[in-house]
Ligand binder design. Structure first.
Ligand code: ARG
Length: 208
């Protein structure tokens, strides 16, 4: 996972120790329990999460991963567990400037490398220059310092950053999202037995 994605996976101090926590961590633990194994979390940049599953370095990828049609060609995915919506974060002082999808014409917008937000921004923010960065924290810093004018993230993640940064706000811009943007657990192709177990866990957690 890429634990820079609160509330799904992020690092925090637990009893003085740097620990990965969040909703995806709870899902992973529940899957491990169902399988009768001990889960080991491996932190990496998001653009390496899916390739680690493909190469077998990781057994599962859980990282707020959207189960897009394209990714479905390469990976098996569990049933989805969260519907995502994309938003644009801007500086609070510039909120009035960005009201439409073409408001970023000729300006820079940051997205996280390897995410669907790269495509969402390219396709929907007409005329914007898309800057792909590896870390979400880096995107936020570049927005605060004025190197980029907007950051595209999914709503709960964006709200987390806005809550911690007085100078930022979510723009009143409507971005389209597709049903295949919903989050699911990624597995290597041919994981039908594993998928059944993972789906059972997700169904259980959803009904709680
Ligand atoms: N849902 C988006 C995608 O699958 C973004 C996921 C980013 N996750 C993360 N832990 N940084 O492309």
């Amino acid at each position: 996972m890429n634990p820079e994605f609160a509330p799904f996976e992020f690092k925090t101090l637990v009893n003085g120790k740097d620990t990965i926590v969040g909703a995806d961590v709870e899902i992973a633990k529940a899957i491990a329990k169902e399988l009768g194994v001990k889960v080991e979390f491996s932190a990496m940049s998001f653009n390496n999460v899916l390739s680690s599953v493909q190469s077998g370095k990781a057994d599962l990828g859980i990282s707020g991963i959207s189960a897009t049609k394209e990714r479905q060609k390469v990976y098996d995915f569990s049933d989805t567990y969260y519907e995502s919506v994309n938003v644009v974060i801007v500086k609070k002082s510039e909120l009035a400037k960005y009201k439409k999808t073409n408001s970023f014409k000729g300006l820079s917008v940051a997205t996280q490398k390897g995410t669907i937000q790269e495509t969402v921004a390219k396709e929907q923010l007409t005329g914007a220059k898309i800057v792909s960065l590896v870390q979400n924290g880096e995107m936020i810093n570049e927005l605060k310092s004025g190197q980029v004018n907007g950051v595209v993230l999914e709503k709960p993640i964006a709200e987390g950053y806005v809550a911690k940064n007085d100078d930022l706000a979510i723009a009143q811009i409507k971005l389209k999202s597709s049903s295949s943007d919903a989050y699911a657990v990624a597995m290597p192709k041919g994981s039908s037995t594993l998928k059944k177990k993972v789906d059972k866990v997700i169904k259980n957690l959803k009904s709680k």
